[in-house]
Design a protein around this ligand. Structure first.
Ligand SMILES: [Zn+2]
Length: 381
């Protein structure tokens, strides 16, 4: 790999083993744990390349270069304010990224990283936003994209990925069976790589730019609290990575809040129990993007919450719907998964966990246009 990766390493969250960054690794070869990426990424106002577009204004602290793909407009989404039960909160509108979700940040970086590493074909398992984002940035970097999906996945969720030219392979069985099929396909093909947003550490490095942008947009201030929809945990762990790069030694990080639907809340349950994340049996939820029984990065997720003195919370389906309407009533259209974080923010305000002068950010992870059928049922006359 090229020399801009000097100083970067992959570190296993489970066994601590360190590995040189490689386009051939997606998890720890020693123990199978998730990898974190650690690098020379201290950020201050001088690190920003003001003439570079989107996320690439932070190119100095990203482990890939923009030149290996076409820019699609990823990054520098608006930070707008909204009223939540009398409090002003700042909404980071990653719903306005090119494919409609925050995953564009990670997909843009990961596609370039893999392309630079000699990969020709990316394989992933997803039935939603990650498939759309990876397919778009595969198209923009000249990679082939193959998406493994559950055989019962809603065809409408795959329209975007298909439009970008991805091949879709249906797999019978559980969500884990689908992931295993994708992983096996890669083992049999030297030119292919597993590009899962749930596993790949480079994906998180791209997503961390949302936190850096928030800091810049707040006038180089960190918020006091950040509410983040949490399923696989990439947006939450990325917030921790991003805000940590800004920390002066001893500086206080924003309290990170992992927000989940009660129907599938392994992180919130672990936080309440005060121990580690265990698999749950997911119930039905409108917040499909957070319906993950056992996240791949359990150690990083809990570290992100505990080391920032944050917390996790689980919200009901009614609270999700009410939060979606609350934003829509202010002209902001989000998918139910994004509404989970607004609902959790609202609960925190009601409990008195947010004070009047707290600077609060909610990560709006996905556009309402992603969930037209679901929202149609909620606004039926
Ligand atoms: Zn390991």
């Amino acid at each position: 790999m090229s020399n801009h990766l000097s100083g970067w390493e992959f570190r296993c969250e489970r066994c601590g083993e360190r590995h040189a960054p490689s386009a051939r690794l997606w998890h720890c070869p020693a123990c199978g744990g998730a990898l974190a990426m650690i690098g020379p990424d201290r950020v201050d106002t001088r690190s920003i390349q003001h003439d570079a577009p989107g996320i690439w204004r932070y190119g100095n602290v990203l482990p890939a270069r923009p030149g290996s793909g076409r820019f699609l407009g990823e990054g520098m989404t608006p930070l707008v304010s909204a009223r939540v039960d009398g409090h002003e909160v700042h909404l980071k509108l990653d719903s306005l990224l090119p494919t409609g979700s925050f995953k564009d940040r990670g997909a843009s970086l990961l596609a370039r990283f893999l392309r630079d590493g000699g990969i020709e074909r990316i394989v992933l398992d997803s039935s939603g936003n990650a498939a759309s984002a990876m397919a778009a940035y595969a198209a923009a970097t000249g990679l082939e994209c193959v998406v493994y999906v559950p055989a019962n996945a809603s065809p409408g969720k795959l329209v975007q990925a298909r439009a970008f030219g991805a091949s879709v392979v249906p797999v019978e069985g559980s969500r884990e069976d689908v992931a295993s099929a994708a992983q096996r396909a890669v083992e049999a093909d030297e030119s292919a790589m597993y590009a899962s947003h749930n596993w790949h550490p480079v994906f998180v490095e791209g997503v961390k730019t949302w936190a850096l942008e928030v800091w810049e947009q707040l006038g180089y201030r960190k918020p006091d609290l950040a509410f983040v929809p949490t399923g696989g945990g990439s947006a939450l762990v990325a917030a921790w990575r991003g805000f940590s790069t800004l920390a002066e030694p001893g500086a206080v990080l924003p309290r990170l809040v992992g927000c989940q639907p009660a129907a599938c809340a392994p992180v919130a349950e672990a936080w309440l129990r005060g121990d580690e994340i265990r698999a749950v049996s997911p119930g039905p939820t409108l917040a499909e993007g957070t319906r993950i029984a056992l996240p791949s990065r359990p150690v990083q997720i809990m570290d992100a919450i505990r080391s920032t003195e944050g917390f996790a919370d689980a919200v009901s389906e009614v609270e999700i719907v009410n939060a979606l309407h609350l934003l829509a009533g202010q002209g902001i259209y989000v998918e139910p998964t994004a509404a989970v974080a607004v609902a959790a923010c609202r609960r925190a305000i009601e409990r008195g966990d947010v004070s009047e002068d707290d600077l609060v950010v909610v990560h709006v992870t996905g556009n309402g246009l992603k969930a037209t059928d679901t929202i149609a049922a909620l606004v039926a006359p």
